[in-house]
Design a protein around this ligand. Sequence first.
Ligand code: ADP
Ligand code: 5GP
Length: 196
Amino acid sequence: MADRDRGILFVISGPSGAGKGTVRKEVFRHLDGLSFSISCTTRAPRPGERDGVDYRFIPRESFLKKVESGDFLEWAEVHGNLYGTLWSDVNENLEIGKDVVLEIDVQGALQVMDKCDDLVSIFLCPPSTEELERRLRARGSEDEDTIALRLKNALGEMAEIDKYDHVVINDDLNRAVEEMERIVALYRNRDKGDLA
Ligand code: ADP
Ligand code: 5GP
């Protein structure tokens, strides 16, 4: 029997530049009852990013203290910076019945799959490597070395695609957003009617 009082944990991951942030923000504009888990990171904010909204930007030392204290559901070094999801962020929202969305890298998603029985994992896949490269350049937030590192890491990340419950190809943005929303609705309805 599904626990109807508890929210559902959705994990969106995939290579950097695939469009996770873009798709997630659109889904949040359309659907109620979702809570975005704001990750901690040691990377510097990009122009326009806000502390406590996009990320919790913290020094490496504070991040490592949280690792020691066991505060993270998952954490990983991604492209040279540390990123992590706080247990408290996830549990507090699930407990009040909110569905929680994690937007994290593949290493982190694999950790969550190991630790949590009940989650819905979604791999957001770029339509091609060429398009991924184009998007990373178009975003204009990384230098050439960082773009090269992100593209190299993308190959390893793509190799884990079979471990996910769902794969969404982010070719056309609206189509990908609709598909993501259908997945959310599918699990919400399943929980409501306990059809699973
Ligand atoms: P991620 O969060 O996976 O690193 P972003 O959401 O930052 O990726 O997207 C990377 C870049 O690609 C951004 O400039 C974004 O506007 C663009 N983008 C995202 N989805 C699409 C799409 N379907 N078609 C074209 N460009 C896209
Ligand atoms: P960016 O620096 O582009 O914001 O993020 C780089 C990568 O780190 C992206 O793939 C993003 O999804 C991932 N990321 C963001 N937050 C977390 C987190 O809390 N944990 C993990 N493992 N990865 C994260």
